[in-house]
Design a protein around this ligand. Structure first.
Ligand SMILES: *[C@@H]1O[C@H](CO)[C@@H](O)[C@H](O)[C@H]1NC(C)=O
Ligand SMILES: *[C@@H]1O[C@H](CO)[C@@H](O)[C@H](O)[C@H]1NC(C)=O
Ligand SMILES: *[C@@H]1O[C@H](CO)[C@@H](O)[C@H](O)[C@H]1NC(C)=O
Length: 331
């Protein structure tokens, strides 16, 4: 066996095979980094921080991560984060905003993402803004837009933010955008004392570093729950379930490798060997030996090797020309 293998690696001629090296989807990195450092590392070395899109991915990760290597620190960053700076208006028409200066009118110490679940904006009766959970029911301010002229309309139906948005888009133009202090004043004049209303400002909550749009979530119960814990980590001692952590904490992390990145290598095996290269057991042993050789050469141990069948279903082919030459030589 050893002899055949050595001949493979030397890529001498007569028989030919193709073997793709299939990369695993995830790479566990046992280095302590902040979430942002981990993101840079993954983007440089692999593809990005890991996006986990379903239970198959969770299972794969649980099987792949060697907990004994993690020591006491059993949480690893994944690619999910809560972007606190992604505020945008429901009506996002750039012509409408082109002369504006990104007006905001937050109450002191807001937005604070209280309890980690605030991504929609209400106006108080003093005209100041506050971030609130989008699921809360309240009255809202829609507006009608003609060119750059706007008319604000008070809606006395208590709805959550998304339902308010849908209502405003159906009956008026959209949930109100507030571009300057004069417009803020106009909205405020429509409100009753003590009232709080939805306006059109909101932000993206948890999104994936690589732009994956998957809505799959695998939070531990009660998570996410931190005001300023804006990065997600998988707890490998709790089935890989997610927790929100402060992004500045240094911990291990999981990258996603490019899943379509496979490498095909053609092998030529020197002839006159009595080994039957179409015997499945022989092929299996060959793969094992080659994997060991690659490991010895420092190749990542996660590597997977398999044989690729040719169109006719065979793996090895006799090299016609060369064997004729060999025959000639032998004669
Ligand atoms: C307003 O926000 C946009 C997008 O974030 C930015 O490009 C622009 O420079 C900002 N304008 C001002 C005046 O701050
Ligand atoms: C708002 O309520 C609707 C049902 O009326 C629901 O489908 C939707 O998920 C809710 N949105 C939020 C942000 O809670
Ligand atoms: C906008 O309002 C001004 C002043 O009320 C009016 O003269 C103008 O015609 C309006 N423009 C549009 C497009 O309705």
């Amino acid at each position: 066996m050893e002899r055949v293998l050595l001949l493979c690696i030397c890529a001498a001629s007569v028989l030919r095979a193709v073997c793709p090296l299939l990369a695993n989807k995830y790479r566990f990195v046992n280095e302590m980094k902040t979430w942002t450092e981990a993101q840079s590392f993954c983007r440089e070395k692999y593809s990005d921080l890991a996006a986990i899109q379903g239970m198959d991915d969770v299972t794969m990760l649980n099987e792949q991560v060697d907990q004994s290597k993690m020591g006491d620190n059993h949480v690893a960053w994944i690619g999910l984060y809560d972007d606190m700076n992604s505020w945008m208006w429901s009506m996002s028409d750039s012509d409408f905003y082109q002369h504006d200066e990104n007006f905001t009118n937050w109450k002191t110490e807001e937005p604070n993402n209280y309890a980690g679940i605030e991504s929609c904006v209400e106006m108080y009766d003093n005209g100041r803004w506050n971030d609130k959970p989008c699921a809360e029911q309240k009255n809202s301010i829609c507006f009608d837009v003609t060119g750059t002229n706007v008319t604000f309309v008070h809606i006395s139906i208590k709805m959550n933010w998304t339902d308010s948005q849908r209502y405003c888009r159906e009956v008026h133009t959209d949930l109100a955008s507030v571009r300057n202090i004069a417009e803020n004043q106009k909205v405020n004049e429509l409100m009753s004392p003590g009232e709080k209303v939805w306006i059109g400002l909101f932000r993206n909550t948890w999104t994936w570093s690589d732009g994956t749009s998957s809505a799959f979530r695998y939070w531990s119960s009660g998570e996410p729950n931190g005001n300023s814990d804006n990065c997600a980590a998988a707890d490998m001692k709790n089935h890989g379930k997610w927790e929100d952590w402060n992004c500045e904490v240094k911990t291990t992390f999981i990258c996603s490798a490019d899943p379509v990145h496979t490498k095909q290598v053609k092998l030529k095996v020197v002839g006159s060997s009595s080994v039957d290269l179409n015997n499945p057991d022989v092929l299996e042993d060959l793969l094992k030996e080659m994997k060991q050789k690659l490991k010895d050469q420092g190749v990542d141990e996660d590597i997977r090797l398999s044989w690729k069948k040719q169109e006719d279903g065979k793996i090895f082919h006799k090299d016609e020309e060369k064997s004729r030459n060999n025959n000639n030589n032998e004669l």
